[in-house]
Design a protein around this ligand. Sequence first.
Ligand code: RIB
Ligand code: CA
Length: 312
Amino acid sequence: MSARKIIIDTDPGQDDAVAILLALASPELEVLGVTAVAGNVPLPLTERNARIVCELAGRPDVPVFAGCDAPMRRKLVTAEHVHGKTGLDGPQLPDPSMPLQEQHGVEFIIETLRDAPSGAVTLCPLGPLTNIATAFMRAPDIIEKVAEIVLMGGAYFEVGNITPSAEFNIYVDPEAAEIVFKSGVPLTVMPLDVTHKALTTRPRVEAFRDLGTEPGRMVAEWTDFFERFDKEKYGSEGAPLHDPCVIAYLLNPGLFSGRKVNVEIETGSNLTLGMSVADWWHVTDRPANAMFMGDLDAEGFFALLTERIARL
Ligand code: RIB
Ligand code: CA
C-alpha cells in the first residue's frame, strides 16, 4: 500500500515538533512539505523551528516553506508564555543548515493540490488556519481536491486555553477557522477535549529519554519545558501533547473516539471570539461537518509515539 501523502501546516511549538518527528518516523506517511505559519511564535521562528526539526529527524530533504506571517484580519497573538521565546525552548538547538524554500507556503499548498489527483493529499494543520484558509480563498478550485483535513484545534467540554471559551489555534485566526470549517472538506478535529488526555506523565517522558537517542532526548527536554505551563494552570500530571494526536490518528485512528457533529466558529462576539461551538446533542439542523474527537487510548498513543521516535 503506498504511503499517504500529507502536508503539515505548523507553528512549532514543542508539541508541533513532536508531531513532525512522528510523521517523519512513519513510513505509512509521505510528508510532501511542511508549511510554517505564525502562531505560537512569529513566522521567522516557526519556519526556522520547522527546519531544525526536519534536520533532527535526519530529513533535510523535506521542503519547508514560510506561509502567512499574520492572521487574515487580526493582529497576531503568540504563546511565548507556553513555548518560550524561541518556540522550542528546553534543549539547546543547533541553527538549521537546510534552506527555506523560496516559494510561499500558500502557493505550495495550492500548487501541490492542483497537481495531485483529487483525494490524494491530506492537510494536517497544527496551528492557526491562516495558510489553509488563504489557499482556499485564493484558489477555490483546490477545495474539492483535498482528501481530508485532520487538524488540532478547538475545544468544547474542555473549554478554552487562551480565553475562557477559545482554544489557541482557532482564537488566533477565527476567520480562517470559519472558512475551513465551512469549506465542506471532510474534517477530523482534535480539540482540547481529547488532547488534554494525552498527558506526558513522568514515566512517559522518561521512556523518551531512555531511548538514548538525540530525538528521544529532545522530546524529553521539550516536554520538561512545555509541561510547566499546564501543570501550573490545570494541576495536571504533565503536558498535553496536542499536535501529535493529528499524526497518531493518521497512523492508528482506532486510538481515538468522537462524534460527527456540526461545529461552527464564533467570529463576532468579543466575549467568545474563536469558540468552537459543537452541536454535540444535535439540537439544531445544522449539518454535521466534523468528526470531533473526545477520547483516546493514552497508553496506546504513547506506545506508538515512543516506538516511532525510537526509529529516528
Ligand atoms: O492550543 C494548543 C495548540 O496551540 C497547539 O497546536 C499548540 O502548538 C499551539 O499551537
Ligand atoms: Ca501547534
